[in-house]
Design a binder for this molecule. Structure first.
Ligand code: BEZ
Length: 255
């Protein structure tokens, strides 16, 4: 696992995110329920995006800080009146400050998980909870395979552009335990996910590091080619699009 030089190609426009990806935090509500936040707890929301779930944590009476690598998303979170900071999750600066760290749909963008987990553990008080959900092994495999085919056809190696870490249960359990966590539960499950519109919008918003493999003028054509490759699997009889999401959901404790 290593940093991918093309990760920096991913940018978030909060308005587009709200239009094309509001389902991401909406589907994170069960993870909030697993966290079971208690009023007065200090919580770190790791990869908070535009703060949709951070706001729900605050509404539950917690003292919550959201952090994210995207300045645009942090500005959107602050515009909701939330405490939020731009931060690299691989270099968290906190020591024994939080009762819990929460993360939804963000950890798979962080390609040095051991560094992330070391920072999460340091940030937690003894007994503190780490509760999260991320893409797991096989997540959007149709999309990854389609980019593999399209980039190979252009004599490019998809591994250089893949921005995602989708671990198995065994892999992530080992990472958590090596970082000093007790794993209370960890589950991998398929969650086919309906998109609000055409998959073109999802590909344009979510797969910028793959698209950076080609010149900006060629990116719309690459999106269309990937769309064509996944169409048979991802487009339903009624024309709607559904992607093969797989989730890895866990709760762990610092001991
Ligand atoms: C996910 O939440 O699993 C995900 C989101 C964007 C791109 C890839 C995966």
């Amino acid at each position: 696992m290593a940093y991918n030089q093309h990760m920096s190609e991913q940018h978030w426009d909060p308005t587009v995110y709200l239009r094309d990806a509001a389902f991401v935090p909406a589907l994170g509500v069960p993870v909030l329920e697993l966290l079971a936040p208690r009023a007065g707890e200090h919580i770190l929301d790791l990869g908070c995006g535009d703060g949709t779930l951070t706001a729900q944590l605050r509404a539950a009476g917690t003292e919550v800080l959201g952090v994210d690598s995207s300045p645009e998303q942090i500005a959107a979170a602050r515009a909701r009146g939330l405490k939020a900071e731009v931060m690299d999750a691989h270099a968290l600066p906190f020591t024994e400050e939080f009762d819990a760290v929460f993360s939804n749909a963000a950890l798979h963008w962080m390609l040095e998980p051991a560094a992330v987990l070391a920072g999460v553990r340091r940030a937690l008080k003894i007994g503190g909870r780490f509760v999260g959900e991320m893409g797991g092994a096989g997540n959007v495999a149709s999309v990854v395979a389609a980019y593999g085919g399209e980039l190979a056809a252009r004599a490019l190696d998809v591994r250089q552009y893949n921005p995602w870490f989708f671990p198995t249960v065994t892999e992530y359990t080992r990472l958590l335990e090596s970082a000093g966590f007790i794993v209370d539960s960890i589950d991998l499950f398929a969650r086919p996910t309906a998109l609000p519109g055409d998959v073109r919008e999802w590909l344009t918003l979510m797969t910028q590091p793959f698209l950076s493999a080609v010149a900006p003028a060629a990116q719309a054509e690459l999106v269309d080619a990937v769309r064509t490759r996944i169409r048979g699997q991802a487009q339903q009889a009624d024309g709607r699009w559904e992607l093969d999401y797989v989730r890895l959901r866990f709760q762990a404790r610092k001991v």
